[in-house]
Ligand binder design. Structure first.
Ligand code: GLU
Length: 474
């Protein structure tokens, strides 16, 4: 038997989303599990919709997840001669034919079919005509090439590794187009020729392609090649239960990663949605390779659950040994607006203290960096918020506090605050929201004394000063 070979065959018509990542990941896991090949094929014969920027997106995303392909990627657009060679063979052998029906004629057929409540099928008008292809080319006339479905009601049966045996009446299959009028072959045709030439043994793809499979099998039979195994994975739907659009989607992988979700979290989310019900278990790649099994994939559609992704991310962040390093890597690669925190590691100690203070409890890497930034750098105070938190007594307390900060400078510590609170008969809980807001721009957060231990005293001074000035002016 041939070495197991799978492929990921995206069309570069949009950024990769979670659904496509899942297909790539499963095709790769399957190949890894059986020590096989995993190939990458860029299906770019739809010239109008394909865009090179999406090729790069495909490469980048796969690399982020370490889903590395064997050999060089195959570009369909480079293989047009090969496809034409087979199309010529099919025409010469009476397995395909030229069709010159124009769009108006095809629309009429369509209308009639609708009226008769019939499935729209081409009426084989050109099947028995003699059409001189050389003449058409010379006169620059439009034509397409259609596949001749000669199966006369024979059943097409294929075994799907997820859905089991699928049986289709070959009469259901049209004399479908295999080469467009622009001379470029269609997806169904190119895909088959490539799968055969690349010796793909297992085609793992979304179940939105299940209707293409009988057509593809008829092409494979017509060129006497082996029929591969199929696994049609139930596709993922957006949170609104709609199919994820490649061009317009919020589930674009790069933006999810930019938002501070770790690649490990996404892979765990995908894997767990099919193979594990316990939300808290986190798996490494080797475990996933070992336990991957196509026939355990659930047949129902998956709805993307962002909350679950964040929950997994939170667990992984919490268990990250060197979160400082992870954050630095993230800032360098995906979110350079935080790079200022990692210059020469000058803030390293401080950042580590902050991470410790929060017990590594963050939903995303970005969230943690936004918090850290507030500890270290200045931010704009919103006096609307402060107005709701402040009163005369508290202003008075802040004035005292600021004097203490000046007086004690580096010695200033939480004890002074405690004493001062007592003297002003204020309880910590009366003032902690305000203080937190002043210090870290958030009313909620860890213990205020612990925050003060970390924050630069000059910053404490300046922020309190701003508030006092504001109320003095009033
Ligand atoms: N190019 C197709 C897509 O992006 C994949 C087809 C296949 O895997 O056969 O959906």
């Amino acid at each position: 038997m041939n070495k197991i070979s799978t492929r990921f065959a995206p069309s570069p018509t949009g950024n990769l989303h979670l659904g496509s990542l899942r297909i790539a990941f499963y095709s790769w896991l399957f190949a890894k599990k059986y020590n096989g090949n995993f190939f990458l094929r860029i299906e770019n014969t739809d010239i109008k919709r394909s865009n090179i920027k999406y090729n790069n997106n495909i490469f980048n995303v796969l690399k982020i997840f370490n889903i590395i392909w064997n050999n060089k990627p195959v570009y369909q657009i480079d293989r047009i001669d090969r496809y034409n060679e087979i199309i010529k063979y099919l025409i010469d052998n009476n397995k395909a034919y030229i069709c010159i029906c124009n769009i108006n004629y095809l629309n009429d057929i369509k209308k009639k079919n609708i009226l008769l409540n019939k499935k729209n099928k081409y009426n084989k008008n050109c099947r028995y005509k003699y059409i001189d292809i050389k003449y058409l080319k010379k006169k620059n006339k439009n034509f397409v090439v259609r596949f001749k479905n000669n199966m006369n009601g024979e059943k097409i049966i294929f075994k799907d590794l997820i859905y089991g045996d699928i049986e289709i009446d070959s009469n259901e299959i049209d004399d479908f187009i295999i080469q467009r009028s622009n001379n470029i072959p269609t997806y169904n045709f190119c895909s088959v020729i490539d799968d055969c030439d690349m010796k793909i043994t297992h085609i793992i793809r979304g179940n939105d392609h299940i209707n293409n499979t009988p057509k593809q099998i008829s092409i494979i039979k017509s060129i006497n090649e082996n029929i591969p195994m199929y696994a049609h994975i139930p596709i993922m739907l957006n949170e609104d239960k709609k199919k994820i659009s490649k061009r317009y989607n919020n589930n674009n992988i790069i933006s999810i990663i930019n938002n501070g979700i770790l690649n490990k979290s996404l892979l765990n989310y995908i894997y767990k949605s099919d193979f594990e019900s316990n939300d808290n278990n986190i798996f490494n790649i080797n475990y996933m390779i070992k336990n991957f099994s196509l026939n355990k994939i659930k047949k129902n559609y998956k709805i993307i659950d962002m909350k679950k992704i964040i929950n997994i991310n939170k667990i992984i962040i919490k268990n990250t040994n060197n979160l400082y390093y992870e954050l630095k890597k993230y800032s360098e690669k995906y979110n350079r607006k935080f790079l200022c925190l990692f210059k020469n590691d000058i803030y390293r100690k401080k950042i580590e203290k902050i991470l410790n203070l929060y017990n590594n409890n963050f939903n995303t890497l970005k969230e943690s960096l936004n918090i850290i930034k507030k500890f270290i750098f200045n931010f704009k105070l919103d006096f609307n918020i402060i107005n709701n938190l402040i009163n005369k007594k508290k202003i008075y307390f802040l004035i005292k506090l600021i004097k203490l900060v000046i007086k004690e400078k580096n010695n200033f510590n939480t004890k002074f605050i405690k004493d001062e609170l007592e003297k002003n008969s204020l309880k910590l809980r009366n003032i902690s929201k305000l203080l937190r807001y002043i210090l870290i721009n958030n009313c909620n957060g860890p213990n205020i004394f612990k925050i003060i231990e970390i924050i630069n005293k000059k910053k404490i001074y300046l922020n309190i000063k701003k508030i006092i000035n504001f109320y003095n002016k009033k």
